[in-house]
Design a protein around this ligand. Sequence first.
Ligand SMILES: [Zn+2]
Ligand SMILES: [Zn+2]
Length: 442
Amino acid sequence: MVGPNEQRTQHSLFSGTALSPSMYGRIPMTNSSSGFDGVLACHDCDLLHHVRDVPAGGKALCSRCGALLYRNHPDGLNRVLSLNLAALICMILVNVFPFLSMEIAGRVEETVFISGVLSLYQLGMGELGLLVLLTSLLFPLLGILGMLYVLLPVRFGFRLPGLVPVYRLVRIVAPWCMLDVLLLSVLLAAVKLLDIANVVPGIALYAFVALVVLEAAAYASFDRALLWPATSTDAAGRGGTAADAELINCHTCALLVPASMLSHAGKGNCPRCSSPLHRRKANSIKRTWALIISALLLLIPANIYPVMTVIRFGHGEPSTIAAGIEHLIEAGMWPLGMIVFVASIIVPFMKLAALSLLQVSVQKRSGWRLRDRTVLYRLTELVGSWSMVDIFLIALLTGLVKLDALTTITPDIGALFFAGVVVTTIFAANSFDPRLIWDHRK
Ligand SMILES: [Zn+2]
Ligand SMILES: [Zn+2]
């Protein structure tokens, strides 16, 4: 159970970072710790953990729900900074050079990264184009620039205004950065187009592959302790959950703030980072139900209406998600068909079923498999964005297939409803508070 790189002990864990006091001493703090003997609360189950050393490269996991509490990356700050800088350079290359070239009957057309977005806009599907633009370009760019904005001052010892709002913005856009999903869609589009054209990858495509790898590595290397000490010494000696100890876990900087600091209306701000404090996500159950029901309603038109029309040699008709998968399998592209099937049908249904199960079990105050249900929640959060594969695929095909007068691919209204399903399910997963699983039990 416990490998050399992870440490799990009952009720007490943790820490040991590459942090030196001088490194975080530059960050504004009002309630900071001076050492590693503090306490922090698990963000998924609220259990308090005492901080202990973790070996270099190791991580500390929650003893109750298995959530990642803390990582110890030696030289983490330099690593995250260089990964983000390299990602920024790749991001520029991706948008400057040709992405894919299509060669049909001796004619070659080069497409750029945002061709799909422009085509969607020209075809009157501006909303879909905007979603693709945000998730594949603007949010990832914002994430990279935001990280550099908050970390460069820490590295070089100066201060910039707005550290907390910028960091919070980076956190908000993180679930909407879908470069990895887009990469899968690019591969699928290339496979699908091979039967009508010769597809030649451009420089931007290679840069894009590098960007996906760098972004994932940068995300995995970042630890909030680079900005704020991970622990609160004020809470030392307390046991149980943060709620039991009348403490509130700041969502932004992870400081444990005494609940007495909240107003009668339950409102207040973190003394260290000024972010609004709340015991649990506001109206979590109601909001999550509203979003689950919206997503279920949107699933109906998303599956009834056609998502895309492919016309070849004057023939073709609009096809729904299910018909599209059938065509792919009939054409012998069954691996591609299976991927689209899993992303477009299995993932949204499983996600809604999982969230409904979590909601009902919390409302029934069930004590059934608490840890497994927390893991189920984390999985639901993780797989949600992969449903975007189909939307990206449609955008790419629309953008790429312009050269061949004999073939046209256009998006249809069903794609818009399906995009609505993806967006509402991501919001639904975000609005659920996994700590309720542990709070509400008999
Ligand atoms: Zn936990
Ligand atoms: Zn805070």
